[in-house]
Design a protein around this ligand. Structure first.
Ligand code: MV4
Length: 504
């Protein structure tokens, strides 16, 4: 007997992810209840939902982070469950517990699983106990600088000091020489104390030039758990991912099966249910190491949905309501290639400075293999209250080369007026020879950034005139949107025109 689906679900989030979850609810016949801050009274997610509740002023500390108020809203609106999205309350153990204690279902893992993966050293210990490979290093925190020196010598330089309470790269320090260990240890401790209120620091061997590869898993309440393959997330800047893809050029079917089984083992060890992601470093020599587990639906989940055909939000709702998983491991294999660009209100020409303003114009890409998961519309106010991610542009194509070409085409259709965005930057990445060759690792973007953002002169008059001339020439020759080889000549026509303009 299949248990009934929820009648009504509250979505404790905003922006694109709130809309994504509302869409999933609607498709399953579930009534959706939005929450919103004063700043979001006119936001798209409020109108998209079947009902909406104001939860406070604009700052998220007075609205989207107020767990008790959100639970009250869920109870008063008759919801049976709360979907937290990502960020905000999604990985707070106390919130998952409070939702459960209020007699509601938290659409995510049990509070105990969030706790088990919350401390990085606890997660490492759990992994080791279950035969999941981790980077060589300590699991205990290090008492003093002298001890740090002894351990570093034992593992060999370079080493990486990490905050036990950390994650997301805060409080990390690379140490390349014995002379630096004492100073770095003290600094790492201070940083950890400031950032997390906990000065526990541990040490790992530093892996040079790895890829960030993560495995999506999903489990039900009946002991079934599968992995949905990997996502390649190496294109990041200051620990903010910018482009994600599935599959990864570095992962063979054999490695996928092995890392997938490893991720399922780690998740099972934590008593995991619902959707989650195990993060790994994939080293140049093909060895891989478990880093941490993200106990939520992630921003980049759509690339996995596109290559597996599995709707992760549907299955989050289904397994949370008690339904068993409707597919087994052997049913899952990635088809084609998916890629996602995070469209943020940041100015790449200005060191990715956040840009604010009102969206004055919006033209969305469409056509074959294009998906837009957005949270904005014309008239939306982009403020500094919330995350700068406005939307995700996702494409699906038969192979990576075609996915890159399709992403370039889709980005070139996209127009956002009123705020600076990362669109232009993404266009340049799609044209980059190293990116096109798949030669990416976690330091790639920061190394390549200068050449991707310089001669970004499209804003000066000469370049604009040149662009207009080139576009006119393209439209006359019908080359815009044509095959890659032809587009190459359009680019050089553009460059020729630009050069002539600057000479003339
Ligand atoms: C590492 C590493 C190299 N060696 N650990 C960064 C965030 C946190 N999740 C772990 N991180 C790293 N741990 C060892 N032993 C390099 C990183 C790292 C990184 C990892 C994933 C994605 C982006 C990154 C950017 C810089 C450093």
């Amino acid at each position: 007997m299949t248990p009934p689906m929820f009648e009504s679900v509250l979505i404790a989030n905003r922006g694109e992810i709130a809309l994504r979850v509302i869409r999933g609810c609607r498709e399953l016949g579930v009534r959706s209840i939005a929450v919103y801050s004063d700043a979001d009274a006119g936001a798209p997610h409020v109108r998209a939902a079947d009902a909406a509740v104001n939860i406070g002023p604009a700052p998220s500390s007075q609205s989207y982070l107020l767990g008790d108020r959100i639970i009250e809203a869920a109870l008063s609106e008759g919801a049976q469950a709360i979907h937290p999205g990502y960020g905000f309350l999604s990985e707070r153990e106390w919130f998952a517990r409070a939702v459960r204690d209020a007699g509601l279902v938290f659409i995510g893992p049990p509070a105990e699983a969030i706790a088990a993966m919350g401390s990085k050293t606890a997660a490492r210990t759990l992994a080791v106990a279950h035969g999941v490979p981790v980077v060589p290093g300590t699991t205990e925190s290090i008492a003093d600088a002298e001890h740090a020196g002894e351990i570093a010598s034992k593992f060999g330089y370079p080493v990486l000091l990490k905050a036990a309470a950390g994650g997301g790269g805060k409080g990390m320090r690379v140490v390349r020489e014995p002379s630096e260990i004492a100073g770095s240890f003290d600094a790492a401790r201070r940083e950890a104390k400031n950032a997390f209120g906990d000065d526990a620091v541990y040490l790992e061997k530093y892996i040079e030039g790895p890829r960030h590869v993560e495995i999506q898993i999903i489990g039900d309440m009946h002991g079934n758990m599968v992995h949905l393959g990997e996502r390649e997330c190496s294109v990041q800047r200051r620990h903010q991912k910018m482009i994600e893809e599935a599959p990864s050029v570095a992962v063979s079917p054999e490695l996928r099966a092995e890392m997938g089984a490893t991720a399922v083992r780690a998740a099972r060890a934590a008593g995991y249910v619902n959707a989650g992601t195990c993060e790994f470093l994939l080293a140049r020599d093909g060895s891989y190491y478990f880093l941490e587990m993200n106990t939520r639906l992630q921003v980049e989940h759509p690339v996995t949905e596109l290559v597996t055909g599995i709707d992760l939000v549907h299955w989050q709702l289904r397994v949370a309501s008690g339904e068993p998983l409707g597919f087994a491991q052997e049913d899952i294999s990635p088809k084609g290639w998916a890629m996602e660009c995070r469209i943020t209100s940041e100015d790449p020409a200005n060191d990715f400075l956040p840009s604010t303003g009102r969206v004055s114009y919006l033209h969305l890409p469409s056509g074959p293999g294009v998906r837009w998961d957005g949270g904005i519309e014309i008239g939306s106010d982009v403020s500094l209250h919330y995350d700068p991610m406005l939307a995700k542009l996702i494409v699906h194509a038969p192979n990576r080369e075609l996915a890159v070409e399709r992403m370039h085409r889709a980005l070139s259709e996209l127009v956002i007026g009123g705020v600076e965005t990362s669109r232009e930057f993404h266009l340049r990445v799609m044209e980059d020879s190293e990116f096109r060759a798949g030669a990416i690792e976690i330091q790639w973007l920061e190394r390549r950034l200068a050449s991707l953002t310089t001669d970004a002169g499209t804003e000066d008059g000469a370049m604009l005139a040149a662009l207009a001339a080139a576009l006119l020439a393209e439209s006359e020759s019908g080359v815009r949107g044509a095959a890659p080889s032809q587009r190459e000549s359009a680019v050089s026509a553009w460059q020729r025109a630009a050069r002539q303009e600057s000479i003339g």
